[in-house]
Design a protein around this ligand. Structure first.
Ligand SMILES: CC[C@@H](C(=O)O)C(=O)SCCNC(=O)CCNC(=O)[C@H](O)C(C)(C)COP(=O)(O)OP(=O)(O)OC[C@H]1O[C@@H](n2cnc3c(N)ncnc32)[C@H](O)[C@@H]1OP(=O)(O)O
Ligand SMILES: [Co+2]
Length: 133
């Protein structure tokens, strides 16, 4: 894994949190994107070399809706940049980690993504991201 690609934060109201994070970070949101496969709306911020992804649920079956019900707003996942997501998925499977998808899927911001179950990673949901060039 190359570096942290983004930190995902679950929020109830994307517009309100977007405004809050613009004031907090002193930068404007550079992109908002709906991701149908996850039933989420996202908003992205760059702070130096780092990236923050705000996520809100678009329906009650969204993983974000379940997370907000159980834990409330807060850090939802850490995403790592990988050069070849299929190679990294195989490496993690061979190491005994439980992947939440068999194949990479289309994420936000031009990425292929895959998730690792938080039960096997000390309670942290890990996302792998490969940039689509
Ligand atoms: C926008 C696209 C993409 C990007 O490009 O960046 C994204 O970031 S999408 C982000 C949203 N998508 C996902 O989270 C997909 C992967 N997640 C899942 O498949 C599920 O959420 C899950 C992790 C398998 C949990 O689903 P489920 O088992 O149905 O939920 P429960 O509510 O029953 O929780 C079971 C268990 O897991 C704990 N949990 C749930 N979510 C998290 C989390 N984000 N971090 C840490 N732990 C989490 C939950 O607390 C339960 O634990 P116990 O209470 O101990 O049983
Ligand atoms: Co993410």
């Amino acid at each position: 894994m190359k570096k942290i690609e983004h930190i995902g934060i679950a929020v109830k109201n994307l517009d309100e949190s977007c405004n809050l994070y613009e004031r907090l970070l002193g930068v404007e949101c550079y992109k908002k994107e709906f991701v149908a496969s996850e039933s989420v709306n996202t908003a992205f911020f760059r702070t130096g070399e780092n990236k923050i992804e705000l996520l809100s649920a678009t329906d009650e079956n969204s993983p974000i809706a379940k997370f907000l019900d159980r834990k409330g707003e807060g850090i939802h996942h850490i995403a790592f940049d990988v050069a070849d997501i299929r190679v990294e998925m195989k490496r993690l499977r061979d190491e005994g980690f439980v992947l939440l998808n068999d194949e990479p899927k289309l994420g936000a911001d031009h990425k292929l993504v895959c998730f690792v179950h938080p039960k096997g990673t000390n309670g942290v949901l890990v996302e792998l991201c490969q940039e689509i060039k």
